[in-house]
Design a protein around this ligand. Sequence first.
Ligand code: DGY
Length: 311
Amino acid sequence: MARCFVSRQLPGSALDRLAEQHEVEVWAQELPPTYAELTEHVEDAEGLLSMLTDRVDAELIEAAPKLRAISNYAVGYDNIDLAAAAARRIPVGNTPGVLTDATADLAFALLMAAARKLTEADAAVREGGWQTWEPGSYLGADVYGATLGIIGFGRIGRALAERADGFSMRVLHTTRDSTHEDLDDLLEQSDFVSVHAPLTPETHHLIGAHALAKMKTSAILINTARGELVDQQALTRALEDGLIAGAALDVTVPEPLPADDPLLQAPNLIVTPHIGSATRTARERMAELAVDNLLAGLDGQPMPNQVPAPA
Ligand code: DGY
């Protein structure tokens, strides 16, 4: 029986399976543990079931001498120092696949909401700003038949393309091997640009001043991947200056954005609280996968979804 720390309560009953075999402590507070609290709680843990909000860096791993398995409750694992884990031969698991459709659905929902100014129109009705039907108010962009540029064509990017097909959209996409020129070309041609690349040193601020300047002034940017992929200062300026028509972000830096962050004052912006995978089914399946990974790792078996160790 191994001692495991789970850094948040999870939906569904997956944690019961973990508790049948191991001694499990679940962080029960409303906010995630701070870095210091996390360090304290993993000090004598053999298994860690972490969230994307937990920074599992080299220092934390060093502070947990008994740690034998890390299972991240997310498909992304940019919060984990893979090299530090590999140096201790600690396997790291993630939860791909089960959240693909939920995240692609949200990306398309954000695309539609931004195109048709849904949040602005809803606010006008509630706040009494809507006086009468008008020919020239709340004019949005056509989605049907428009061009969608997908940056990163993994599972979620491809699932978004399937949804776009139903709207007869022309889909352009980049892959890991695309050149700067390919990306510029996609940005220049697209009416909507949706970001689905993992966060790596290469993709940090991939959408900065240069990329935003390449986009059409009528284009809309959607990000459901990681906030760090977009340079938020450059995006704020681009929205203020009308360099692009709008943006819809499910992810930001930091999360949440402080109420006085200049980005929140920018026009034509929708921000949601990192809800890409937030359907009951997806989050319960993520919990099942995360528990399967941790159980396998503690058992000395390959995890069903084990992140490859860095070369
Ligand atoms: C992930 O799994 O990486 C997502 O961002 C969570 O919704």
